[in-house]
Write a protein that binds this ligand. Structure first.
Ligand code: SF4
Ligand code: FE
Length: 491
């Protein structure tokens, strides 16, 4: 079975007995829970579209390990074309779900761990890469959702992991045994953890020699003893329990985040991919971040397409779509959205082959891509709210629409142009509300800001990659000024 259907995916999650806490209650499984169902649906789309002839070329790939057709989310990129298809696939899924479909973190983690395990083995003669290939092949053959897990709680952020008062503020090895390791710690903001099959853990920062226990990468099934997930709250999350599509905006899809705790979790040797090689923590973080910053040029533009479409429809429903200022706002939204996409495509086109044999996007352009994503969706959201008007947040509820005492008033006063009912108009405005203020805004806005690293993280890489010395030389050449370097005392 190299490709699961969407239904098979849901069934496979149903079989897992997990420890999930949601709104103060323990549940063993996310399937059937109204708050978690949209998250499963968003991931299910990655399976459904892989079965669709129209989308198969984007959603599937040929495994370089087995030659079998696999879901692209478990693929190791073999070419620049693969990198480009990845971004196009993400835009498509953003368009189809208007949410975070969660599976890219695992795809990006698989590619990063693929490269770094190869590098560690080259230096130390270890066999991490061989172990990892076995793990990867199983993920491909079983078509699993792998949740990449990077962000530690971090405690006092000015202190390194080994000097924290809470030694588990960064996930660490607490015991080394002949058959494996025991780990303690937590990973924050884990989108889709509760509807994944696997967790693939990586360190979150560069580490010095004293932090050997923190330099650890491994995988575990989500139902491994000691793993506890506490689901995070989202603005307007309990609206999903009301079964009122007019009020939820995007009733079918969404993402949820969890705090994932590793309470003395045992990891067998064949699932360990880094164990103490501190100098490889930073390259692993950089590789994962490079891939995930590329990803945002695809997924967020897909969601942007939906929001731009919603704003254009809202203008039509108000009878103002021909107004020049509305048309100009839609042009601006499109310009911003396509700029992000251009960066995602550009860093893919400029990608190159790693020593391990997979392809990696251009690091500078991937970081420029994500830096734009930390800003542009906010401006697109502002313009969408501008076009939508205040009714987006003051409209009555579906229950008021259903109540015979109030329904006629709502239909009389809140319909738009003659051809649009109040029901349709309000449902569309709730979509804009949800994408810019509700549960979906977690994925479209906050995740755009902080996912794959907050803005400053990209600026650090952009500075490192900027090639400033080379640019100074270019300026000196053109200005015909001397090129000798200043001595320290001349400065
Ligand atoms: Fe994929 Fe985007 Fe969600 Fe990251 S934020 S997992 S790239 S959809
Ligand atoms: Fe993300």
């Amino acid at each position: 079975m190299a490709l699961m259907t969407g239904e098979e995916y849901i069934d496979s999650i149903k079989k897992l007995n997990m420890q999930i806490y949601l709104l103060g209650k323990k549940i063993n499984n996310p399937v059937g829970n109204p708050i978690l169902a949209p998250s499963l649906n968003a991931v299910k789309m990655t399976y459904d579209l892989a079965q669709d002839v129209e989308y198969r070329s984007l959603l599937t790939a040929v495994s370089h390990l087995t030659g079998h057709v696999i879901n692209r989310f478990t693929h190791i990129h073999q070419s620049r074309e693969d990198l480009i298809r990845k971004v196009k696939m993400q835009r498509l899924l953003g368009q189809k779900t208007a949410s975070c479909f969660q599976r890219c973190v695992g795809m990006d983690a698989l590619n990063a761990v693929f490269t770094i395990t190869f590098q560690i083995d080259q230096k130390y003669g270890t066999d991490y890469h061989t172990r990892f290939l076995r793990y990867l092949q199983n993920c491909q053959e079983q078509d699993l959702v792998v949740d990449g897990a990077m962000t530690d709680p971090k405690g006092s952020r000015h202190l390194p992991p080994d000097r924290q008062s809470n030694p588990d503020a960064y996930l660490r090895v607490t015991e080394r045994r002949p058959d494996g390791i025991v780990v303690c710690g937590a990973k924050c903001h884990q989108t889709g953890a509760c509807n994944s099959h696997e967790l693939l853990v990586m360190p979150t920062i560069s580490l010095n020699m004293n932090c050997r226990d923190y330099a650890v990468s491994f995988s575990v099934p989500v139902n491994t003893p000691g793993i506890v997930m506490i689901i995070g709250r989202q603005s307007c999350d309990t609206r999903k329990q009301e079964a009122a599509p007019m009020d939820t905006g995007t009733p079918a899809f969404g993402g949820v985040e969890a705090l994932v705790i590793f309470d003395h979790v045992f990891v067998p040797n064949d699932r360990i991919f880094m164990n103490g090689e501190t100098e490889f923590a930073a390259p692993l973080v950089e590789h994962f971040a490079g891939y995930h910053r590329q990803s945002y040029g695809g997924c967020k533009t897909g969601v942007g397409d939906v929001l731009i479409g919603a704003a254009a429809l809202a203008a039509e429903q108000n009878g103002i779509s021909a107004s020049s200022h509305i048309r100009d706002k839609l042009v601006e939204m499109t310009h911003l959205n396509e700029t992000m996409y251009s960066c995602g495509i550009a860093c893919s086109c400029e990608g190159c082959r790693t020593v391990a044999g997979n392809y990696f996007p251009d690091l500078l352009l991937a970081n420029v891509c994500k830096q734009n994503v930390t800003r542009f969706p906010f401006e697109i959201a502002r313009l969408a709210q501008d076009i939508a008007g205040g009714l987006m947040v003051t409209a009555p509820s579906q229950k008021d629409m259903a109540n015979p005492e109030t329904s006629a008033y709502i239909q009389k006063y809140l319909a738009g142009t003659d051809c649009v009912s109040a029901q349709k108009r309000l449902q569309l405005l709730r979509l804009i509300e949800n994408l810019t203020l509700g549960t979906a805004a977690v994925g479209y806005l906050t995740e755009s800001l902080h996912g794959a690293g907050s803005p400053q993280a990209q600026r650090i890489v952009i500075e490192k990659q900027s090639g400033l010395e080379r640019k100074k030389e270019l300026a000196k050449d053109i200005a015909a000024i001397q090129t000798e370097k200043c001595r320290e005392e001349d400065l």
